[in-house]
Design a protein around this ligand. Structure first.
Ligand SMILES: NC(=O)c1ccc[n+]([C@@H]2O[C@H](COP(=O)([O-])OP(=O)(O)OC[C@H]3O[C@@H](n4cnc5c(N)ncnc54)[C@H](OP(=O)(O)O)[C@@H]3O)[C@@H](O)[C@H]2O)c1
Length: 333
């Protein structure tokens, strides 16, 4: 049997999530971490030394010019995703771009158009969707394990502060809870229930001008409801519960990095399904990229670009209700 084609990765930026991705990549199937690029050579060299990466570059452009790289992992702050992703696609690379894919739907549309124009693979790094618990959740829902889902509750909130994490509280970096962590419960709601027909959203805007807490109610044509929340200055339970016509599924804390499903059905003992994660859990999404590239696909069927765009549009609709735009946005989105 022919050996599987190895996927040669380049990591663009050397921040927190880039470290986690580099640490996990050896667990991915046939992945080779070939290069890293940073705005500063010293950072690139340190990162390369830590993860035994053979090539390092002192600019993103030089990284993208490396002809041997198949796929670029974009790990810069949200507002840079658009330019970094388009540049990587123009350079002929496949792209796995960190979440949120884009700050708004207009940016997401440009990125998707670039992927189409340059005929390259592109995917939002919605890594939770590829974890074993979420794969099993899709199977259970597909088998009708809890009937029709009628209510979904999911939250993602933690307590930080501007002193600890500037990026999260900085409007110029598109900070705030919605884009940073609210995107996780929203993506879960899309996976389970699809796009909402109606949205009611409230936020508490903190002193730095970003949404520190947000609560959203989504309503669907089927009559289902989703109650979603996010926070960056308040610790919340980080649980997800799906209530169906014939039972309930609970994903205990932290559901977005979950390793357990609790299935409750009338007149039966609760079923506990344990599905441990290897490492930080970021190699599962790298495996999806590799599977798609080996098959010659330009999108993932599990995290397609059309859904990424709908999620970006949904977050625009939510921010419109709050009249919240970022300083670099020319008008209220
Ligand atoms: N941290 C997490 O747990 C996590 C989890 C999932 C997704 N994400 C997503 O990943 C992205 C990056 O998050 P992060 O937590 O890794 O951020 P971070 O620690 O602040 O790192 C971002 C990196 O981007 C590069 N960069 C380029 N231009 C920059 C600028 N103007 N200001 C600051 N950094 C700049 C820097 O790398 P160089 O200096 O090397 O160029 C920096 O180290 C975000 O979109 C976030 O939503 C993060």
């Amino acid at each position: 049997m022919a050996a599987k084609r190895s996927i040669r990765w380049g990591i663009l930026a050397t921040g927190e999530i880039a470290h986690q991705f580099a640490a996990d990549l050896p667990a991915a199937d046939g992945a080779e971490l070939l290069a890293v690029g940073s705005r500063e050579l010293a950072k690139a060299e340190k990162f390369a030394g830590q993860f035994k990466i053979p090539r390092c570059y002192n600019s993103y452009d030089k990284l993208l010019a490396d002809k041997d790289i198949d796929a670029i992992y974009v790990a810069t702050p949200h507002p840079l995703h658009v330019e970094n992703t388009i540049a990587a696609l123009q350079a002929g690379k496949a792209v796995l771009c960190e979440k949120p894919f884009a700050v708004n739907a207009a940016e997401a549309r440009r990125m998707i158009a670039a992927a189409r124009q340059h005929r390259r693979f592109c995917m939002e790094a919605m890594w939770t969707r590829f974890l074993p618990v979420h794969v099993r959740l899709r199977e259970l829902l597909g088998q009708g394990a809890i009937g029709q889902v009628q209510m979904l509750t999911a939250d993602f909130g933690f307590a930080s502060s501007p002193e600890k994490e500037d990026r999260l509280f900085n409007p110029a970096m598109a900070g705030g809870s919605l884009l940073d962590v609210g995107v996780y419960p929203i993506a879960l709601s899309f996976m389970v229930l699809g796009p909402p027909s109606r949205i009611i959203a409230q936020a508490c805007i903190g002193p730095t001008g970003v949404d520190e807490r947000a609560a959203m109610i989504f309503r669907y044509g089927t009559g289902a409801l989703a109650l979603l929340s996010s926070a960056i200055a308040t610790a919340t339970p980080q649980e997800a519960i799906l209530c169906g016509s014939e039972g309930r599924i609970r994903l205990p804390r932290p559901w977005w990095r979950g390793e357990k499903i609790i299935l409750s059905r009338p007149d039966r003992e609760d079923e506990v399904i344990e599905l441990p994660i290897v490492g930080n859990g970021l190699h599962y999404e790298a495996d999806e990229v590799a599977r798609c590239l080996r098959k010659g696909l330009r999108q993932s069927r599990i995290m397609p670009l059309a859904e990424t765009l709908k999620i970006a549009r949904t977050m625009d609709r939510i921010r419109r209700q709050w009249k919240l735009s970022y300083p670099f946005e020319s008008h209220l989105i």
